[in-house]
Design a protein around this ligand. Sequence first.
Ligand SMILES: Cc1ncc(COP(=O)(O)O)c(C=O)c1O
Length: 461
Amino acid sequence: MDTKNTPLARVMELFMTLLGERQSQEQLEPIVPAVPPEELLDKLPLGLPEQGLSFDEVAARLRSVIEATPSTAPGRFYNQLFGGREPYALLGDVLATAMNNSMYTFKVAGPQVLLENELIERMGKLMGYRRHEGTFTPGGSLSNLCAMLLARDSVCPDFREQGMDGRKLRVYTSADSHYSVPKAAAMLGVGRSNVVRIPVDGRGRMLVSALASAIDKDVAAGHVPLMVNATAGTTVLGAFDPITGLADVCERRKVWLHLDGAFGGTMIFDERFAEHFEGSERVDSITWDAHKLMGVPLSCSVLLVRERGLLKASLDEAAGYLFQSDDDQWNPGTRSIQCGRRNDALKLWTNWLHHGTVGYRARTERLRDLALLAAECVRESPGMTLVKEPESLTVCFTVDGVSAESLCDALQDAGLAMVGHAKVEGSSVVRLALVDPGTQKEQVRCFFEDVRYVMRRRAIA
Ligand SMILES: Cc1ncc(COP(=O)(O)O)c(C=O)c1O
C-alpha cells in the first residue's frame, strides 16, 4: 500500500509541521502572552463552518489557535503539577488515538488490556501491594472519587442498592488536601459538610492524634466514618501524610484508608522518599497520576486497590451487548467508572519502555535535586523568603514588597515564566513546581534571576 500519498499521510505531515512550528515558537517566545478571552474571541477564527474547509484553510485556523495557546513544554512552565513533552510518551499517545480501541473489553482492545494490566501490576507492587487490582481513570480527581465510592460500598454494603437511607457518613482529610475530596463527597451523597478537615503540623502533614480524636468524637455522636484520605504530596507544599500512624488509626476503627498520591506517588522511585511510603502496603487504595511526574500527556491516572474484587463489586453492571466473555478478568469495563474508555496505558507503557525503571528513578532524584537547588537560590537571594523547606518538588517563597499574585503576573507579562501562587497558612506565596523532566539546573537559576530582574524593574517604575 502506498502510505505516502494518503489523506492521513498529508495530515500527519501537517501534524509534524505544526509541532515543529510550536517548538520554534517555544524557543523564541516560551511564554505565550496572556490575552483576555474576549480579545481572543474577536481575534481567532473559532466559528464552525457550514461547509467543510480546504486543507490549507484548516491548517491556517489550527495554526492561529496553536500560536495563541499557552505553552507547557519549554522549561519555563512552573505553574502546575504537569508539564514537558516526551517523544516516546507522545508516540504512545498518538498511536493509541489512531488505533482508537475502547478499553472496556479484551474483544476490542486485545493486548492493550494486557499492557494496562502490566502497568497496574507493576505500580501496585512498587507500592508494596501483592494481590491488588486497579483501573485507569481520566485524572486524580476521578481516581479519588472512585476510591471514595469503594470505601462507601465497603462500609455500607447496601448503599449501592438502597441509596443514602439517612446515614450520617463522614470523610476525613487534611486541611491541605486536594479539593477533589469534598467534590467527591458531594457527588457520592456524603455531602461536603461531612468532610472533616484535620489540622496539619508545621510541615503540612496530617496530625494523627487529631484524626483519631475526630473519628472517636464522631462515632460517639452517631456518625459513620467512611474514609480517611491521606495525601502523598500535597498540592501546595508537596507534603506526605504519615501513613503508618494513619493506618494504625484506621485499622483499629475499621475505616478505609486511601492514599492520594496523584502528585507524589511517582516519588516512590526515589529511595530518599522511602520513609514517606512506609506502610503504603497497608492502605486500602492509592491514586497515582502518571501525567504529573512520569512525563506522559494528560490524562493518565491509576487507582490501585489492595484487595481484588472490590472494583467489580462497586462498578459492574449487566450489559449483554458489551461484556460477552465469561472471564471478566480480561474486561476492564467491569471495573471502571466509564463505559467507552480512552487508552491511556499505551503512552505510559511506551515511555516506561524507553526510560526503564532506572530512568524513572533518576528522574525523580533529579527533580528533587532541582527543588533543593531552588530552595538554595531563594535562601541566597536578598529580599526573598523561603516559606518552608521543600517537602518534595514544590518550592514556596515570598518576595519583600511584592505580592505573590503581582510577581506571577509580572513574570508572565515579561515573557519570562509561568508560575502560580497559593495560600500557605493564610498568606499568599509563589509556588514553584519543579515537575517538567526537561528542566535543567541552569533554568532554575535563570528563574531566580528573572524574579530579581522583575523586582528591579518594579523598583524603578
Ligand atoms: C494531591 C492531588 N490530588 C488530586 C489531584 C487532582 O488530579 P487531576 O488534576 O489529575 O484530577 C491533584 C492535582 O493537582 C493533586 O495535587
